[in-house]
Each structure stands twice: as structure tokens, then as C-alpha cells.
Design a protein around this ligand. Structure first.
Ligand code: ADP
Ligand code: MG
Length: 451
């Protein structure tokens, strides 16, 4: 399939694709759309930014145009993703505007959603928690659902939505087409698929965990104390939009506060902010009004902003796979992007995991600023103590690559996962692990390429 024309789509869909400037299908679209159009159950595995949304929306609209009494249900893990799916749906239904979608997400009032549901939607786009709320109140019926989509299924499981999915399935007709999409594949995903799909065809595009090839990746060894100053400097050295990842909600807040104290215009999104705050932060970022957005992993998942020029990992992710999700925010749909990671001494274990994952998946490796590529060898990246870093910095000499034995990594993994990944829960009081006050100490190894 070379162009969308080869698919013989209904003319309002073909016209809408033209209006959206979608000419050539992406690989997952080329492989997945024909399967879904044939009415089969589909598993689509492809990294973020490869066009999975249209892979299910085009076949859904095709089917709904043929079956006027039927509807579709799309489940997505976060509010932002649900909103983005609706945006694509709106583009796709430009010439069939009666095929409206209703978005059912948490964090906003129920009543407007109830009213919208009465006005006959053809597609429900929902987060699992809010949909269960509606089901329990009897404000929504799923009897006419003919196509069910589980989008970002890996993330939905990660976020603990398995019980809600189970409950929802009791209300969805057994006779249906089910399409499941995921950026990663695992045993849990296999179980999920065998539970809810019927003789599915699996389409996996590329190496499922490979970082998008067009992203230039860099890393800087630093300390927790120096991160704020370093971020300020790196932001000043850049043009274009920058998405900054911090480990927790409270760190997100503190980084934002620090930058604002230097007069920088920044916004932040995380699970502890209200839907209205998140929506306006995202809108300001999208419009270019505010070029720096600071986010936790879960809040940033799937954010679709056309040209994020840079991703900066202020904190490394706790889970190596999230590195790939994060940097996938740039270089969407084939444009080029840059990703920079700050690696503090106490993050070297995480960094080693990331490098190992990148190697294992045949992805390109980040360039360590000012350090030769052999030092990216995970074994050699894992040693060294914070104190020696600081001493080296104070003495004004470039930090030597660390070769000592691997220092014990503090076990805050559990805690972090709860804090940064479990969006549905409210933020509790937290004490920071490391002070992030500016110390004026900066360890940027000399001689590396400037971004
Ligand atoms: P995924 O769900 O795989 O992360 P998306 O569906 O969000 O990816 O698509 C990523 C971006 O690529 C979106 O901005 C989307 O509008 C754009 N896109 C998708 N398919 C095409 C296409 N065939 N041609 C041009 N742009 C596309
Ligand atoms: Mg998606």
C-alpha cells in the first residue's frame, strides 16, 4: 500500500485525509488498516509516534458509515490521550460531522458528559475509570458497540486499570471487533489479548522497543545539586519547544519554580494538577506561547505536539523503557529531534539500564558529552561516587570517567513508581530525596559537541 488511495476508502474519509495532509500511510497504518478493514481483530505493536491512532480510527469510521445503528468504544489510559484521539477523529469526520465522538474522562464534571451522551454519539473515547463511573450510574449504554479499541494497552495495565477493563468488558457485546494497540509487548499483554480478542492478527512494526532513529541523543554527567543551573543553561542555549521530564510531582513543581525565579516562562503538568490546569498548560505549549513544559512521565505520555524540538531528562526515568517513550515525544511522524539526559551519580544504575536496553534493541546510543563513546560501556558508567564528582567540580577540573566499583543504588524504585506513574491517585506529601537548590557547581565535561 503506497498511498491511502490504494485502500479505496469512502470518499468523505479520503477527502478528510487529504485535508489533514495525510498522504502516505505510516508502516503500522499500511499493515494494520487492511486487517481492521477486513473486520478481523488486530494487535498493533509500534513505538510511540508511528500513527497508531489513524490505524484504528479509519477502519472504525468506515464501519460506522456502513452500519448507522452501531457505535465504537475507544479506551485510552490518560485524559490527554483521549483528547488527542478526539482531535484526530474530528479531522477524520470533517465531511461526516454527524459521526460525533464523546469524550469521557475523569477530573471534569459528570453532568456535561451525561448531556453529551444523550445526543447520540457514534464513538465513545474514554478513560477506564470514568467509563466505569458512568456504567455504574447507568448514564451510558454500551449495547450498540461494534468495535472496541484498547489504545496504549501496556500503559493501561501499568496504571492498574486491569479491574476496570474487566468490568467494562461485561457491558460490551461479545459480538464485536477488538483492536489492541501497544508500544511494547510482554507476557501480560499476551494474557490480555487472549482474554479479550478473538483470533487476532498481530502486526508489529520495527523493533518494538527501538528508539526512533532520527533522535540525536546526548547525555551529561552531573550531580543532583548542579541540575537546576545546568537546566537553565541548556534551556538558554536552545531554541524551540522543550519538554523537560522530572521524576516526581514535587520535583516538577520545584524545577518550575526555580526557572520562573529566573524569569523564564514555563508550564508544568502532572497528576496532581487539575484537568483545567493541565489543559491550559498543554494548550500554551502547543501554541508556542510557553516553550518550556515540565512534566512527569505519566502526564506526558502520548502528548502530541507537532514540533517538540527537544526533550530534556532532568531526572532519568526509573524504568528504562520510559526513556524510549520520553524521547519519542520528539521526532514524531518522522521529523528530527534532540534528547538530552542529565545523569547524576546516583542515577548511574538507571543510566546503565537504559544503555543496555538501547543496545539490546539495536537502537542508536546517546553520545556522552565530552566522554568518548567507549565510556558508554555500561560497566564503566556505573561506578563513581557523588562526593568525588563534587570534589572534581570544585577543583575546576573536568570530571574523570568513573571506573570504581558500582555504588549501591538507593532503592527508591517502589516509591517512585507510585509517585510518578500512578496518576489516578492524589499526590501525598513528599520529602525530596536530594536537595535541588542551586549550588553553582556545574560539571559539564568539556570538548563535547554543542547541541
Ligand atoms: P501513536 O499513537 O503511534 O503514538 P499518533 O497516532 O499519535 O501516534 O501519530 C503521531 C503523529 O503523526 C500525529 O501528529 C499524527 O497526526 C501524525 N500522523 C499519523 N499518521 C500520519 C500520516 N499517515 N501522515 C502524516 N502524519 C501522520
Ligand atoms: Mg497513540
Amino acid at each position: 500500500m503506497e498511498t491511502f488511495k490504494d485502500l479505496d476508502l469512502a470518499s468523505p474519509i479520503a477527502k478528510a485525509l487529504l485535508a489533514m495532509k495525510f498522504e502516505k500511510p505510516t508502516p503500522i497504518q499500511a499493515a494494520g488498516i487492511p486487517v481492521a478493514l477486513a473486520g478481523k481483530d488486530l494487535i498493533g505493536v509500534a513505538q510511540t509516534g508511528t500513527g497508531k491512532t489513524a490505524t484504528f480510527c479509519i477502519p472504525i469510521l468506515t464501519r460506522l458509515l456502513k452500519n448507522p445503528g452501531k457505535t465504537a468504544l475507544i479506551l485510552a489510559p490518560t485524559r490527554e490521550l483521549a483528547a488527542q484521539i478526539e482531535e484526530l477523529w474530528r479531522g477524520l469526520t470533517k465531511y461526516t460531522p454527524d459521526h460525533r465522538a464523546v469524550v469521557l474522562i475523569g477530573g471534569v464534571a459528570m453532568q456535561p458528559q451525561v448531556r453529551a451522551l444523550r445526543a447520540h454519539a457514534r464513538v465513545l473515547i474514554a478513560t477506564p475509570g470514568r467509563l466505569v463511573d458512568h456504567l455504574q450510574r447507568g448514564t451510558v449504554s454500551l449495547n450498540s458497540i461494534e468495535v472496541l479499541v484498547l489504545d496504549e494497552a501496556d500503559r493501561m495495565l501499568d496504571m492498574g486499570f486491569a479491574p476496570q477493563l474487566n468490568q467494562i468488558m461485561k457491558y460490551v457485546p461479545k459480538q464485536r471487533q477488538t483492536l489492541l494497540f501497544s508500544a511494547t509487548w510482554s507476557k501480560e499483554m499476551d494474557n490480555l489479548a487472549s482474554k479479550y480478542l478473538h483470533h487476532p492478527e498481530k502486526v508489529a512494526v520495527g523493533n518494538i522497543s527501538r528508539a526512533a532513529p532520527k533522535i540525536a541523543q546526548f547525555a551529561i554527567q552531573t550531580t543532583q545539586q548542579a541540575k537546576n543551573d545546568l537546566l537553565l543553561e541548556e534551556l538558554n542555549a536552545r531554541q524551540g519547544s522543550v519538554l523537560v521530564f522530572a521524576r516526581t510531582q514535587s520535583r516538577t513543581d520545584r524545577v518550575a519554580k526555580f526557572l520562573m525565579s529566573y524569569g523564564m516562562l514555563v508550564n508544568r503538568i502532572h497528576g496532581g494538577r487539575t484537568q483545567a490546569q493541565r489543559t491550559s498548560a498543554l494548550a500554551a505549549f502547543k501554541s508556542g506561547g510557553v516553550r518550556v513544559l515540565i512534566a512527569t512521565d505519566i502526564a506526558a505520555r502520548g502528548i502530541d505536539v507537532a514540533d517538540i524540538a527537544h526533550v530534556i531528562n532532568f531526572d532519568l526515568p526509573q524504568v528504562a523503557e520510559d526513556y524510549i517513550h520520553r524521547i519519542g515525544r520528539t521526532a514524531r511522524a518522522g521529523t528530527s529531534g534532540e534528547a538530552l539526559s542529565f545523569v547524576a551519580a546516583d542515577e548511574r544504575g538507571q543510566w546503565r539500564d537504559i544503555v543496555q536496553l538501547l543496545k539490546k534493541t539495536g537502537s542508536s546510543l546517546p553520545e556522552m558529552k565530552g566522554v568518548t563513546s567507549s565510556q558508554l560501556n555500561p560497566a564503566e558508567m556505573s561506578g563513581g561516587a557523588d562526593a568525588s564528582d563534587r570534589a572534581a567540580a570544585k577543583a575546576g577540573r573536568p570530571q574523570r570517567p568513573s571506573r570504581g566499583p558500582r555504588s549501591e543504588r538507593p532503592n527508591h524504585r517502589q516509591d517512585d513508581r507510585r509517585d510518578s506513574r500512578s496518576e489516578p491517585r492524589a499526590e501525598g506529601p513528599r520529602t525530596p530525596r536530594a536537595p535541588v537548590a542551586s549550588s553553582g557547581v556545574k560539571i559539564v565535561l568539556g570538548g563535547g559537541p554543542r547541541l
